[in-house]
Design a protein around this ligand. Structure first.
Ligand code: PEP
Ligand code: MN
Length: 337
């Protein structure tokens, strides 16, 4: 259920609609746009007359939403969402680049990474301290020690931090060090984790699951939004198909599709999307050309010795070159870097 208020509707009129929605057992989510206030009602009774709302003072239009997700749908916030964190805006005019190694490995590695990221003009450093590895015998991450190193290196270079949280028990710890909490592809449908992330204030980067449809991705985002945390950034990171040449198939078309269906910002991760460093730059350019709001990129000071995802990690020079290309490409699609 969506009620769009008229331009200039009074606070009293808005409150009156909210009260009626609450009477009908709706859980009300309010979006105060520049022009219109939109009230989203989730749950609630089904057998009510839409016209009751349509004729209320200050109401422009009322709709029964048939889409399975409501708060994530574009109609809830037609103007789009900008996620703001520490002076960085994701979903605005600027393309936001989050870059760094797959995993935090050592003080030296993360310090060099932060330097590479900062000098290129990127604003956010990435690095996993808790790693979801396919094999239990593979390197599992450095845990809190890694988070400390990441935070300290980011602070030295004026960067924000994004890092993965693998289950709900890790939220307080990761949130103590990171500015953005990443939900990995394997956890896109960890609903307990998503619900908990909805109850805390830090922005969440939600990666598309390996075999998830776009609708499933948006329904997962809905779990976070229903908790009251609207600071959700989506991420296309490739899906599994019959193609084996690349690690995953980077679904660039998901970007314009999500832009139509949802108000949430979406970025692309061509590192996991392709699994090969020689294919990262072309796919990164495609993400921006397709309307993506940013990029998540793996770059490592010494990729050949990386403890995880070395083959898809860019060499520092490749990353610098790509950032230079982004500076030229972004204006062609009405953006800046
Ligand atoms: C990562 O970003 O390093 C990662 C593990 O990504 P994904 O969850 O997309 O595999
Ligand atoms: Mn990785």
């Amino acid at each position: 259920m969506l009620v769009v208020m008229q331009q200039g509707a009074t606070e009293e009129q808005i409150q009156h609609v909210i009260d009626r929605l609450v009477d009908l057992d709706f859980d009300v989510h309010r979006s105060t746009g520049v022009i219109h206030t939109v009230l989203g009602g989730v749950g609630g009774k089904h057998d009510f007359d839409l016209a009751v709302f349509e004729v209320m003072a200050g109401v422009k239009e009322a709709h029964r939403i048939v889409s399975p997700y409501k708060l994530a749908s574009r109609s809830f916030r037609p103007e789009g969402t900008i996620v703001r964190v520490g002076g960085v805006a994701i979903g605005g005019d600027r393309i936001v680049v989050m870059a760094g190694p797959c995993s935090v490995e050592s003080p030296d590695q993360i310090e060099q990474s932060a330097e590479i990221v900062a000098r290129s003009g990127a604003k956010v450093i990435r690095g996993g301290a808790f790693k979801p590895r396919t094999s239990p015998y593979a390197f599992q991450g450095t845990g809190e020690e890694g988070l400390k190193l990441l935070r300290a290196a980011a602070d030295r270079h004026g960067l924000l931090v994004i890092s993965e949280v693998m289950d709900q028990t890790q939220i307080p710890l990761v949130a103590a060090y990171a500015d953005i909490l990443q939900v990995g592809a394997r956890n896109m449908q960890n609903f307990t984790l998503l619900r908990e992330l909805g109850r805390q204030p830090k922005p969440v980067l939600l990666k598309r699951g390996i075999a998830a449809t776009i609708e499933e991705l948006l329904l997962s985002a809905e779990y976070i939004l229903t908790g009251g945390n609207y600071n959700v950034i989506l991420c296309e990171r490739g899906i599994r198909t019959f193609e084996t040449y690349t690690r995953n198939t980077m679904d660039i078309s998901a970007i314009p599709v999500v832009k139509t269906l949802s108000h949430l910002p979406i970025i692309g991760d061509p590192s996991h999307g392709t699994g090969r460093r020689d294919k990262v730059a072309p796919m990164a350019r495609a993400v921006v050309a397709a309307g993506g709001d940013g990029l998540l990129l793996e770059v490592h000071p010494d990729p050949e010795r990386a403890l995880s995802d070395g083959a898809q990690s860019l060499f520092p020079e490749q990353f610098d070159e790509l950032m230079g290309q982004m500076r030229l490409l972004a204006p062609a699609v009405g953006r800046t870097l």
